[in-house]
Design a protein around this ligand. Structure first.
Ligand SMILES: Nc1ncnc2c1ncn2[C@@H]1O[C@H](COP(=O)(O)OP(=O)(O)OP(=O)(O)O)[C@@H](O)[C@H]1O
Ligand SMILES: [Mg+2]
Length: 267
């Protein structure tokens, strides 16, 4: 049996609660409470929930940007604490992330070529010739012309920038991608293109996706399973089909009935 792509057990993250200079304690926020969840190999698992429900905090812990307060995480069967001890490189080779704001995620002073070259050098250790060849392949994979490599981030639209951010994530040749609202900042027409691209890439490179979104229409179109977060807890997990047809939790029901685009799309 192959290990799950990601498996988290009783994962909790608390912010604040430290003793302040004046003797009191800062306000404590339990952003993620006791979450147990698995992303299976090759699937797209969506995380939905309203603003502040803990989706990004969960994502940031999974990619090693935030340390859990308690609980356990395994990435492709490997203990995250062990991966962490090996350094950011070990994490980066297995799991990559793409965030909401494509423009600010790309360094404005670097060409696209140099942005893509960094992971190829640091994470893959490719020589110059191999890096050049891979950069062209990556641009091709996200349907961008090869001459984009000599240009700067401000020369691209939001949708193009997100393709570039996806190419940078792919450069590491990860098994897993965490996508935190990857299309939310894009026009609706561009959203569909990027979602199709993500779906093609997942099949082509045999990736597993943890896909975070508050847009249920997007989630229904892309995910195999859905986990619903509510105030830091996962209140329901199910196949996309089952969850949208017969939600078990009252909050899921509310979430679905308040999504106008989904209702018009249903038959
Ligand atoms: N670095 C931090 N310091 C203190 N509190 C934080 C920090 N990061 C997140 N929080 C708090 O944790 C809770 C969960 O935040 P999180 O960003 O995970 O929510 P989210 O579900 O991603 O929301 P959104 O849909 O708006 O992106 C919120 O109450 C937030 O204010
Ligand atoms: Mg968020």
């Amino acid at each position: 049996m192959t290990a799950d792509a990601i498996s988290v057990t009783n994962l909790t993250k608390t912010f604040g609660g430290q003793r302040s200079l004046f003797g009191g304690r800062s306000h404590e926020v339990k952003a993620v409470k006791d979450v147990t969840l698995a992303l299976k190999q090759g699937e797209t698992l969506a995380i939905v929930g309203e603003s502040g429900s803990g989706k990004s905090t969960l994502a940031r812990m999974v990619v090693g940007l935030e340390t859990p307060t308690s609980g356990e995480m395994q990435i492709a069967g490997k203990d995250a604490a062990v991966l962490n001890a090996e350094g950011p490189r070990a994490f980066g080779q297995m799991i990559q992330y793409v965030f909401q704001d494509p423009v600010s995620s790309l360094n404005p002073r670097k060409t696209i070529g140099s942005i893509l070259e960094t992971p190829l050098r640091l994470l893959k250790g490719y020589d110059r010739a191999k890096r050049k060849a891979r950069m062209k392949e990556l641009m091709d994979a996200v349907h961008m012309p090869a001459d984009s490599l000599e240009r700067y981030p401000h020369e691209f639209s939001g949708g193009q920038s997100q393709r570039i951010a996806i190419a940078r994530a792919l450069a590491a040749e990860p098994q897993i991608m965490v996508l935190d609202e990857p299309v939310s900042a894009l026009d609706v027409s561009v959203q569909a293109q990027v979602l199709l691209l993500l779906e093609d890439l997942r099949k082509e490179f045999d990736l597993s996706y943890l896909f975070i979104s508050h847009d249920l229409a997007v989630v229904e179109s892309i995910s195999d399973r859905v986990a619903v977060m509510f105030f830091g807890e996962v209140v329901e997990v199910g196949s996309s089909e089952q969850l949208f047809r017969s939600p078990q939790h009252e909050y899921t029901e509310r979430l679905i009935s308040s999504a106008p685009r989904l209702e018009t799309g249903a038959n």
